[in-house]
Write a new protein. Sequence first.
Length: 389
Amino acid sequence: MRIVVCPQDLSMGDGQLVALDLAAAIRDRGHHVMLYATPGPLLDRVHALGLDLTLSEPGTHLSAGWAAGLIRLTRSWRADIVHTYGWAPTIGASFGIHGLLGLRQVITAEPMDVPRFLPRHLDLIVGTRQLWSSAQNHHRRHLMEPPVDTSAGARTDPLAARRSFGLSPEDLVISLISQMTTDLDQGAGVIAAIAFVDRLAEHEPAALLVGGDGPELLRVRAAANRVNARHGRHVVIVPGLLPDPSAAYASADVVLGMGSSVLRGMAFAKPAIVLGAGGYCEPVTPQTLETLGWHGFYGTGDGGEYPLLPHLMELAGDATERRRRGVWSRAVVEQYHSLRRAALLLENIYGNALGRRNGAAERAGSLARSATELGSFLTHRSRSRATAP
């Protein structure tokens, strides 16, 4: 098969990393894969994976220029199918190359939402059981829980990784890889983690390693500087953007985060704690796995303080429990979230989409409904922005 993959962009994010890892895994199964995306921080990762890339013009995926570029690419490259991630590339391709020329299309929804205006006649991939259950209007929906490259841990030396961040073997290292934004309360979770590790460091040789980028990064670094000045050492290390976060995970004794970032840490055989929104905090254990998996390793609390410190202190004082939970974490990822398993499922979805004959009437009706719903969404968003303080 010849597959064009359209990530939302090449900025850092769980969805973008999943798109690149799956594209490489499908390529390694003998298919031809071409990325179509605007340049961004993940360009180095694209090159490291050896993926072919056609750069789209900067700007919105809903522009005529973006859609025209995709049409030129799919025609010249003789693509069989296009796979879009997120709502904007999906709409741009649906009303472009798919709607005009009938090229087969598969779509992956954003990690936490399936917008009403997505075309319902296309194969839809969602990443959580909760989304799969709620997307019943999409009769061709598929569950693909976040896949993780389980081989990354074997390629990374933990001691060398620690040295690269100025950490010693004796440090109790807590790693947190996150986008520094207000989306999903990610920035608030990072700030809370800094506060709790500040308190933990009064009793333990603890260090918090925070990787990521975004508009909240300056606030995070300011909080880190205050903590470091109070302790007279680097308790909180904020290296910024990490296109390949493997060294941060390999350095850790405990991993914090949400979604795919938690699963990547678990693939390195680390105990993990989920930080969600509104003070949600839950360790990943055999008792919590079912609930956390349903929600995509995310959750929403009641707006109170994150109950993080007791979980950190429990793990800080028990190296045997850290190792036991780490081994279990690795086994969970290998069984349910391996990249190989996801690639086999995706290959099957592509094959079924290519073999299916979508009638012109079904396609036209689905796209007409999407256009109406999209218009309502964009109008509401425009009004909300106009009235925002």
